[in-house]
Ligand binder design. Structure first.
Ligand code: F6P
Length: 373
């Protein structure tokens, strides 16, 4: 019997989403005789039953296109704002799933989307997840599509900043995305030859950074390019953050938990624009003029590189095969050169951070890149 499959993209967009929709769709329609329905704007479109049938014409010409033809949002299934109020939309979504006679739902997204997908799976829907994020922080998979493209973009920025930093004898700090993980900054910093790389997993000390810049000056290099992860932090902030997180864990009533969470939010607020604050501190410590470049959303835009197109197509086609085999409650992951299925239960709620002894960290140290520690 022809299977009816829903598909949606949720969370921040990333290059390769359309390649994955196409990969899944072509295999689903062409190899497994399925029908495919695209829901708009993430879980919001699912709740609103806002969907279109995808056919071979709508799947054509999208392999190289950035963004997502379906649109996306950061709406959560259990806390969706409807008529100004947060509602648990899972029971309603289950009805939409039934009404459309869906046999499975495919979610394309990161860790947050995996959590939402698991909630739907627990409510009885057949869900399959494809890992997308420029952050490369999804637990249970070596790769996620979007990362390779963002890595190229960030690396090119680090490259280009060298000549201007050199000409003006300046420190240039380039802030790179990655949420709470340092993969993108570490990768782009190594590939672009940043002099110093700061990632959340290795809290930095201003004195250590200033000393490294001082060494460079002493050897005649009167400029430095610093790759700073958006989640990077100094040792003092790291200590305060750990204390705030411990407070949340230790809270034993809803009131104390709320208060502890608020405390953490206030702390996080104090960290806004931390790259600018760091630039000012380094200017004072080294006497070198400092400038900041925030790469921001340029890292998520535009056409996916070949590696992301290939990965997205592999994961998409593997996803269609898995649904044809009756798999559900799983994420299609990569492990080395293989594609595998990982239970969503194992993925949801976890983050893949850079291990401090990771080979990339050792590589950076070997080429004498400062890591601020
Ligand atoms: O997860 C992708 C990402 O681009 C992160 O690197 C960044 O922290 C976040 O999304 C930005 O989110 P938003 O698009 O909601 O501003």
């Amino acid at each position: 019997m022809t299977k009816r499959i829903g598909i949606l993209t949720a969370g921040g967009d990333a290059p390769g989403l359309n390649a994955a929709i196409r990969g899944f769709g072509r295999a689903a329609l062409g190899q497994y005789d399925m029908k495919l329905f695209g829901f708009h704007n993430g879980f919001r479109g699912l709740a609103d039953n806002d969907c279109i049938e995808l056919n071979s014409a709508s799947l054509s010409g999208i392999l190289t296109v950035g963004g997502t033809i379906l649109g996306t949002s950061r709406d959560k299934v259990h806390r969706m704002v409807v008529d100004g109020e947060e509602k648990d939309m899972v029971p309603h979504i289950a009805k939409v799933y039934e009404k459309n006679k869906l046999d499975a739902l495919v979610t394309l997204g990161g860790g947050g989307t995996a959590k939402n997908a698991l909630k739907l799976a627990k409510a009885g829907m057949n869900v399959l997840h494809l890992p997308k994020t420029i952050d490369n922080d999804i637990w249970g998979t070596d790769d996620s599509f979007g990362f390779a493209t963002a890595l190229e973009i960030a690396t090119e920025a680090v490259d280009r900043l060298h000549s201007t930093a050199h000409s003006h004898h300046r420190i240039i700090l380039v802030e790179i995305m990655g949420h709470k993980a340092g993969w993108l900054t570490l990768g782009a910093g190594i590939a672009g030859g940043a002099d110093i790389i700061l990632i959340p997993e290795i809290p930095y000390s201003i004195d250590k950074i200033a000393a490294k810049i001082g060494q460079r000056q002493a050897s005649g290099k009167h400029f430095s390019v610093i790759a700073v992860a958006e989640g990077a932090m100094d040792t003092d902030y790291a200590r305060k953050l750990k204390a705030a997180e411990d407070l949340i864990k230790a809270a034993d009533t809803p009131e104390t938990k709320e208060a502890a969470k608020r405390h953490k939010e206030v702390l996080a607020d104090s960290q806004r624009e931390h790259t600018f604050a760091l630039a000012r501190q380094l200017e004072a410590a080294t006497g070198l003029e400092s400038r900041v470049t925030i790469l921001g959303y340029v890292q998520r835009g535009g056409t996916p590189v070949a590696a992301d197109r290939l990965l997205a197509t592999r994961l998409g086609t593997m996803g269609a095969a898995a649904i044809a085999d009756g798999e559900s409650g799983v994420m299609v992951a990569t492990h080395g050169t293989e594609t595998t299925l990982v239970p969503l239960e194992k993925v949801a709620g976890k983050t893949k951070f850079v291990p401090v002894d990771h080979e990339w960290v050792r590589t950076a140290r070997e080429v004498e890149t400062g890591l601020g520690d």
